[in-house]
Design a protein around this ligand. Structure first.
Ligand code: HSE
Length: 319
C-alpha cells in the first residue's frame, strides 16, 4: 500500500502534545514529521528548542506544506475554530478534544463532506483503547444492543484511591491532576461531563445517533458521600462512574452517565486506577470487553499516533 507523507502542524504542547512529540521520535518508520508547533504562552519553558514554535495560528493554517493539523489544545471553542479553518483549507485534522467533537458533531460532519477531508479523534474517547475504529469497522454489520463502560480515567483513579487505598478525595484528585489525567477544570471529570462527551461520541459511532450534551443526563462522583462508599465496602461492591447506551424496546436509544454499584461478577469491577473499560453487546459477537489506559501523556499520544498513521493511507470514518 502506498502511503502519504504527512507534514504536521501541531497545536498545543502540553502533556499530550509533548507526549506525541516523544512518541514520534520513537517511530521513525512513520512518514510523518512535525513542521511547526503553535503554542499560546510565549513565556513557558519548553522541553525542546524554540525553532519549531510559533504563536501565530496562521503560520500553520496558511502553510501549504502542512497537510495535517493535529489539535491538542484544551479550549474546545478555540479547537473548533482551528478545526473549521483547517478542514476548509483542505487539511486533514486529528483531534483529542472530546468536548469539541461532542458539541459540534453535525457541523464537523458537514465540513468533512463539503471539503472531502477527514477528521479523526480516536484519542478523544478512552485514550489508548481503540474503541471508535472498532465500532466503525468491526461492528459494521453486527447490530449493537448496548455499550457501557468506564470512560473517564480521573474519576476511576479517584474512586480506586479513595476506596482501595483509603486516600482522601482531595488528595486523590490532586494525584490525578499531577499525573496529567485530569482536565484543567476538574469538575469536567468529577461532574461526569467528560464522560458524557465521550458517550456522545460513542453513541454516534455505535448507534448513528447524534445528540447534544444537553440531551443526556450526567451525574458525577462529586456528590458521593461516605454513606455510599461505606455501603459499597460492606457489601463487597465498588462504585464506578458508568456511561451507558442501549437500545430500548421502542427502537429508541437511552443513554446516561451515572455512578453505579458494581459487583465482582461485573466486567467493570476490576477496571481500576486510570484504566477505562467498555463492554459491548451485539447480535452476533455477543459480549466483548475492551480495556486500556484512559488518560496520560503516552497512552493518549498512542491514539493520536494511530490516527496519524491511519491518515497516511487516507482512512476516514464512514459515519
Ligand atoms: N480527563 C480525562 C480523563 C482525560 O480523566 O479521562 C482523558 O480523556
Amino acid at each position: 500500500m502506498s502511503r502519504k507523507t504527512l507534514n504536521i502542524g501541531l497545536f498545543g504542547f502540553g502533556c499530550v502534545g509533548f507526549g506525541l512529540y516523544e512518541v514520534l521520535q520513537k517511530t521513525p518508520g512513520l512518514k510523518a514529521n512535525i513542521k511547526n508547533i503553535c503554542v499560546k504562552n510565549p513565556d513557558k519553558k519548553r522541553e525542546i528548542g524554540s525553532e519549531n514554535f510559533t504563536f501565530n495560528a496562521d503560520d500553520l493554517l496558511n502553510n501549504p506544506e502542512i497537510n495535517v493539523i493535529v489539535e491538542l489544545i484544551d479550549d474546545a471553542d478555540a479547537a473548533f475554530e482551528i478545526t473549521k479553518r483547517a478542514l476548509k483549507s483542505g487539511k486533514a485534522v486529528v483531534s483529542a478534544n472530546k468536548k469539541m467533537v461532542a458539541e459540534h458533531f453535525g457541523e464537523l460532519l458537514q465540513l468533512q463532506r463539503e471539503n472531502n477531508v477527514p477528521l479523526l479523534y480516536e484519542a478523544a474517547c478512552c485514550a489508548s483503547m481503540p474503541i471508535i475504529r472498532n465500532l466503525e469497522e468491526y461492528y459494521d454489520n453486527d447490530l449493537l444492543d448496548s455499550i457501557q463502560g468506564i470512560v473517564n480515567g480521573s474519576t476511576n483513579y479517584i474512586l480506586t484511591k479513595t476506596s482501595r487505598d483509603n486516600i482522601s478525595y482531595d488528595e486523590a484528585l490532586k494525584q490525578a491532576q499531577d499525573a496529567g489525567y485530569a482536565e484543567s477544570n476538574p469538575i469536567l471529570d468529577t461532574g461526569g461531563f467528560d464522560a458524557k462527551y465521550k458517550l456522545l461520541i460513542l453513541l454516534a459511532h455505535s448507534f448513528g445517533y447524534i445528540a447534544k450534551p444537553d440531551d443526556l443526563l450526567n451525574i458525577g462522583i462529586n456528590n458521593l458521600g461516605g454513606v455510599e462508599l461505606k455501603y459499597a465496602r460492606e457489601k463487597g461492591l465498588k462504585i464506578k462512574l458508568v456511561a451507558q447506551a442501549f437500545k430500548q424496546n421502542d427502537g429508541t436509544v437511552g443513554a446516561f452517565v451515572l455512578p453505579k454499584f458494581v459487583s465482582p461478577e461485573d466486567r467493570l469491577y476490576n477496571v481500576d486506577d486510570v484504566f477505562n473499560g467498555v463492554v459491548t453487546k451485539t447480535s452476533f459477537a455477543d459480549e466483548q470487553f475492551f480495556v486500556g489506559r484512559g488518560a496520560g501523556a503516552h497512552p493518549t499520544a498512542s491514539a493520536v499516533l494511530s490516527d496519524i498513521s491511519a491518515l497516511t493511507y487516507d482512512y476516514r470514518y464512514e459515519y
